[in-house]
Design a protein around this ligand. Structure first.
Ligand code: ADQ
Length: 500
């Protein structure tokens, strides 16, 4: 079924995200185009194509400038040019200060409640402000180019200031923002310098609608506004904030995946072959296979997962050799010290556990430390008896949904952290508290021992849930809400005129 999307797309669409959908890189035999992995780009690219919109993003490829015009525009996709990619160049010091610094060493840990990892540096904040101004002015230029009253859709924590910068310059724009990661409660948000708190909240309130993954994060945001900005009126139950004569709607829109695409990948003959060979290699005879797939990020609870395994193999020696743990972890943000340390610690711990528990015919933990193609991920999901998602905090977690989508056999157990946004929707998984190592190990044992009829029962519920909330449903819901915000604003304006 074709997604309906909403009339909001009658407006010219301008999307702003940090990552670009197409990256040009120099290779020995010419320039190559890279399409970054990840569900979001694949979900949004078709809308941009259909509406001939504009995507504003950071130029991260080393050949990006070669193929773009003087302003930084290039038509994409290559070979079927249907929308404009407007690239924005950052200086090395802004990559350092804005991206690696304030966005990923202050906001990221803060929003995930890792207060001890929060690093606030004045230069980083200034760089974050500068980058937001640069991206906002690129959005304004694109709005002037396309004309009309555009819909500007901002993505994520890199651009908290941009909406309020764009608003006065494009007064007719409908501006909304999807916040992919958690939003912290006021006590944690309060760690930021007061001026920074004000700027971030006022920046976000430049939107007509701010979209979070869960109700909890939306409430946290409104709570922060209520406590930080005394002149704002917050209506928690209606999800509305009034400030400076404007209103911003706040809502929860849990992101999802392209379910049909993951099912297609799972059914490819090549995937079936790879799945079979993974099982032959790591789960021969009655040995089971437990898998995990994440970016190597301290929020994903990879170390806790290793501790739960150690606990299990130490306390229940009879479990040794009964399953192999396959960890697929793609390197991430390695320029940041906390990530480099995590990578070292995880590699060391895996080596130590393997040395301690391995037998002649069993390697307890297998690590695939690279970015792998989606069809190989599908094979990993299909081969698993158990998939473990142990995030200590997570906006949503798409891996949980990808695993479910691939299990057309209705088998396989999902062990899911209750601190992942996905746990709000996926209560039929085995929910786990990764901070409580004993209980984590117990839950793993329950998953491994679960009888087939219960696996099928739980997976059936999970699959129904995911099938009824796909990435297209997410887009429909959000774009309809943006459109409704627009109409509400129009009505308010009309009402205002009548009382004059
Ligand atoms: P992430 O923190 O990146 O996303 P997640 O939602 O799990 O977390 O998405 C990761 C994506 O990367 C998945 O599509 C997965 O398949 C892919 N991936 C992971 N490991 C891989 C590997 N080794 N090789 C190839 N691909 C791999 C942020 C938020 C999340 C939120 C998403 C979307 O932190 O909470 O769910 O955005 O909003």
């Amino acid at each position: 079924m074709q997604p309906k999307f909403s009339a909001a797309l009658d407006r010219p669409l301008i999307l702003l995200s940090n990552r670009e959908p197409y990256e040009h890189v120099h290779r020995p035999n010419g320039i190559e185009v890279r399409f970054p992995a990840g569900g979001l780009v694949s979900a949004l690219d078709p809308i941009l194509r259909r509406t001939h919109g504009t995507w504003v993003a950071w130029a991260s490829g080393n050949a990006d400038r070669t193929v773009a015009d003087d302003v930084g525009r290039v038509m994409v996709p290559p070979g079927d040019p249907s929308y404009t990619l407007r690239r924005v160049w950052l200086s090395e010091s802004d990559v350092e200060g804005f991206y690696l610094g304030f966005a990923n060493s202050a906001l990221w840990p803060l929003c995930h409640l890792f207060v001890s990892k929060v690093d606030i540096r004045r230069n980083d904040w200034e760089s974050y402000e500068r980058a937001n101004r640069m991206f906002a002015s690129a959005v304004v230029q694109e709005a002037e180019r396309v004309g009309g009253a555009p819909m500007v859709w901002v993505h994520d924590y890199h651009f908290a200031l941009a909406p309020a910068l764009v608003r006065p310059q494009v007064p007719d724009a409908l501006i909304h923002q999807f916040w992919h990661i958690p939003f912290p409660p006021p006590d944690v948000f309060g760690i930021l310098p007061v001026g920074v708190q004000h700027s971030l909240l006022r920046g976000l309130l430049g939107n007509d609608l701010v979209e979070f993954q869960t109700d909890g994060f939306a409430w946290n945001f409104m709570d922060c506004v209520a406590r930080t900005l005394p002149d704002a009126q917050v209506s928690l139950d209606q999800g509305v904030v009034h400030l400076d004569g404007r209103q911003t709607r706040i809502g929860a829109f849990p992101i999802s995946i392209d379910v049909a695409e993951w099912q297609r990948l799972a059914a490819l003959p090549h995937t079936v072959d790879v799945c079979r060979s993974l099982r032959q290699r790591y789960a021969p005879r009655d040995r089971q296979l437990v898998v995990s797939v994440d970016r190597m990020d301290y929020t994903k609870g990879i170390e806790r997962r290793l501790r739960a395994l150690e606990h299990m193999w130490t306390d229940s020696p009879e479990r040794r050799g009964t399953f192999t743990m396959l960890i697929v972890a793609t390197p991430s943000r390695t320029d940041i010290q906390a990530y480099a340390k995590l990578e070292r610690d995880v590699l060391e711990k895996i080596e130590r556990l393997n040395d301690e528990f391995r037998t002649l015919d069993w390697t307890p933990i297998v690590l695939v430390h690279e970015n792998v193609d989606a069809d190989l991920l599908a094979a990993v999901y299909c081969a698993a008896d158990v998939c473990v998602v142990s995030s200590l905090q997570d906006g949503m977690n798409l891996v949980a949904k990808e695993f479910i989508a691939c299990r057309t056999d209705r088998n396989g157990v999902l062990v899911l952290s209750r601190f992942a946004g996905a746990s709000d929707e996926l209560g039929a998984a085995l929910l786990v508290n990764p901070f409580f190592i004993d209980a984590f190990a117990d839950t793993l044992a329950v998953a491994l021992d679960m009888p087939r009829h219960e696996r099928v029962e739980r997976m059936t519920i999970l699959r129904d849930r995911v099938a009824n909330a796909t990435i297209d449903d997410w887009l429909d819901a959000m774009l309809s809400a943006a459109e409704a915000t627009d109409q509400a604003t129009d009505r308010a304006a009309e009402g205002g005129a009548a009382t004059l």
